[in-house]
Design a binder for this molecule. Structure first.
Ligand SMILES: C[S@@+](CC[C@H](N)C(=O)[O-])C[C@H]1O[C@@H](n2cnc3c(N)ncnc32)[C@H](O)[C@@H]1O
Ligand SMILES: [Zn+2]
Length: 407
């Protein structure tokens, strides 16, 4: 960790923001490698090892079991031939799983015009591939995980940062009690990780994401495991049960409700890796057949209808499955301060009011509103072109606090 990162942390014992003081035992040219963080308020001490502040305080048994399972899973990856170079090349890897990861990241980078120097937390960072990608794109990235195992945890970060071309922070901690100061980050990225929570943990995680985000900041939910009518279990642990992942799938509406309850304004995104929502023609080769040509025409017409796209996405997300949940949840600027610590009814009311205020501000193109995110690759490309011609890097409003919404 860099010494200047210490004030952005929160003591996991007494929950004081910015109270951890760092003493250094070893450093290299990039960062502090060994040392101790001591809380000025409660005097708790936490080690820093291999550059990672260890802020996982009193983890429950299932967290310990999952972290230990990832050590064993790392051995399996090694046996399957995974090494430093393969991890460094992620998300480019020849498999359906990694195609979806790559396409989802690309969708995010083309839909959200991340301003350089904004802070993003990669929650449940695992190999840290996404933290690396964000750092390469100029963001200040923080990888957060409960595991350190090389190939399956935070020490994997050394593969990316050793040559000095990128840098990102790593923090050992749990998503349901993030050891990060309140209102200190602009984006929280959760890729296939929220379902590693039981219902209590899920609720806490949304509340924590809301707390650590600045007003206007965004929680980016990517590829989250779903329950659907066709697959009401959602989680399939065949072959990975010995690694004791703490996995629970939820219905799309549950993720959305928990986000809403925490105070977020939510937008469900279309997964571009699915050809209907992506760049591809619905029928790639209509050929000569009359029926195929008619199907292609109908598909193209439906593809360009917003209502049809929304209906199809709702069908996939709730009934048919075959996709995972992508959702962007924004912490509203207004009516935020007053709603924290309030009960669900008041939160819901403030969230609805904040959502309405955001829509009005968007219609009036006020800079604090946050843009409506592009739904299709074409819309994303069009917006990117508008940005280029306006010489703008980003119009993401996060970070500029309105005094009324500061806590
Ligand atoms: C399925 S992996 C997802 C990895 C990564 N986001 C990706 O896209 O490659 C789930 C990760 O979540 C981490 N995890 C599980 N429970 C967690 C918790 N309570 N807090 C933070 N991370 C957790 C695991 O250690 C694991 O690295
Ligand atoms: Zn403390």
């Amino acid at each position: 960790m860099k010494a200047e990162f210490a004030p952005a942390l929160r003591c996991p014992v007494c929950h004081s923001d910015g109270a951890l003081e760092l003493s250094v035992t070893a450093r290299d040219e990039r960062e502090v490698r060994e040392g101790t963080l001591r809380c000025r308020v409660c005097a708790s001490e936490f080690p820093v090892q291999r550059g990672v502040p260890e802020l996982l305080h009193a983890p429950p048994e299932h967290v310990q079991a999952e972290a230990a399972g990832l050590e064993r899973f790392a051995d399996r990856m090694r046996a399957l031939g995974w090494d430093r170079e393969m991890v460094r090349s992620l998300p480019h890897h020849n498999s359906g799983y990694w195609y979806v990861q790559w396409r989802s990241l690309y969708q995010l980078l083309s839909s959200i015009r991340f301003a350089a120097d904004r802070t993003i937390v990669d929650v449940g960072s695992n190999t840290c591939w996404a933290a690396n990608q964000f750092a390469q794109n100029g963001l200040r990235a923080i990888a957060l995980d409960i595991a350190t195992a090389e190939l399956q945890g935070l020490y994997t970060a050394d593969y990316f940062i050793e040559d000095g071309e990128v840098y990102f922070e790593r923090v050992l901690g749990s998503m349901d009690t993030m050891p990060l100061a309140s209102a200190s980050v602009d984006y929280v990225f959760c890729c296939e990780v929220l379902h590693h929570n039981d219902p209590v943990g899920l609720r806490r995680t949304f509340t924590e994401a809301f707390r650590v985000l600045r007003p206007g900041g965004r929680l980016l939910v990517v590829n989250e495991t779903l329950k659907t009518l066709r697959d009401p279990d959602g989680v399939h642990t065949v072959g990975v049960a010995p690694f004791e992942g703490y996995e629970h799938a939820y219905w799309a509406w549950q993720y959305r409700w928990e986000a809403t309850r925490a105070g977020f304004y939510t937008e469900v995104m279309e997964p571009h890796y699915r050809s209907f929502f992506g760049d591809d023609a619905v029928v790639s080769d209509p050929g000569d057949g009359r029926w195929r040509a008619a199907a292609a025409r109908l598909g193209t017409r439906l593809q360009s209808s917003g209502a049809a796209r929304r209906a199809y996405l709702a069908w996939l997300n709730h009934v048919w499955g075959g996709v995972s949940l992508n959702m962007v949840a924004t912490k509203p600027y207004r009516l935020v301060g007053g709603s924290e610590g309030a009960g669900p009814t008041r939160r819901m009311a403030s969230m609805l009011a904040a959502g309405a205020a955001m829509q009005i501000a968007r219609a009036a193109r006020r800079p604090t509103a946050g843009r409506r995110l592009p739904r299709t690759p074409k819309q994303a490309a069009r917006q990117a072109a508008q940005f280029r011609s306006a010489g703008q890097q980003s119009d993401e409003p996060v970070g500029e606090l309105e005094s009324s919404s500061q806590r």
